[in-house]
Design a protein around this ligand. Sequence first.
Ligand code: LLP
Length: 397
Amino acid sequence: MAAVAEAYGTPCYVYSRAIIESNYRTYSAAFGHRRHRICYAVKANGNLALLDVLARLGCAFDIVSVGELERVRAAAGNVRTVTFAGVGKTRVELEQALAAEIFCFNVESIEELELLGEAATALGVDAPIALRVNPDVDANTHPYIATGLYENKFGIPIGDAMDIYRRAVALSGLRVAGVACHIGSQLTSIEPIVDAAERVMRLVDALNREDIVIDHIDIGGGLGIAYGDAAPPAIDVYIKAICRIIDPQYEIVVEPGRSVVGEAGALLMRVQYLKKTPLKTFAICDAAMTDLIRPALYQAYHDILPVTAGGEEQRVDVVGPVCETGDFLGRGRDLAVASGDLLAIMDCGAYGFVMASNYNARPRPPEVLVDGRDIHLIRERETLAQLYAGEYRLVSE
Ligand code: LLP
């Protein structure tokens, strides 16, 4: 990490190829002989190098925008393995995904279903679809990332799904291919997932009774990782639990993001000042909420470890330079730290860089991938000029 800081400066995102590959292989091995498709959720971290590493292992992809479709194309070439989720797909996005001949559209509303049928008919093709059903299951996660309750905007209420499948069969331009479901992210227990999978299987049985035949069941992503003392189930325990519920005739699709790349990344930063106030000591770092928004947005906990240990251990709030009291990275941490020290925020491989912003006119950090003894720059640090490229001064008086 010190060598990375030397070469590329701080703040900087650092990823491990070995951890990403190992997580992917654990997923793949857990399925054994079961027919399956692992669609990595590009939203978790869409860097081309990471997508490339995964594509080489045979990984498929889950996207939520045409931007992510183009990332997959640029990194992996093959976009035919893609599943496309999201509540607000535009007509242009649907058309581009149709032209790309993706694997499946996970449809989230009746209006989207009709628009997709219309767009596909106009292009003279059949769109492969799964209804993303909302099973009304409490995923026991942060309310901002729970998606499987009827109060959430996601999916089609499972109680309405039969009717909408009948409608899908009747509409032109659509081919019913599967059922999809995703109940939330950073799930730390198996029960809600099992519960959702059972509800989905009951829907599939009902579809079968009406001769509406599907080929795959997409159970979404969402498996959590061990931030701090969170104790999510292991990947293979989770996959085996799903395999027990889904009938073997169906291809099982999963859409993991965080559990593939989360633990594989750290945000490397340097302590700028140690500031003592009557109540607290602040370790003011060169990374901020603009680089990692999870603590500010979800009160998320990330371990912060010393890279170069400096002063004596003391209790500090680890914060950034941004002009917001919400700009904290970790509060009340016992760290041996002095100005100039390097620190690493752990478990930043997922929803780190992808949620970074330019607030306070801060360029986004570079990303590097460590591969054995090699360190590859996989994204350059943004420059100040890039921040206002595309802006115009007023030309009139
Ligand atoms: N599939 C769908 C339809 C999703 O909405 C998501 C995540 C995934 C798969 C991947 O979920 P994962 O395996 O990564 O949990 N920014 C938040 C997480 C947002 C998750 C959004 N959807 C965070 O930093 O915790």
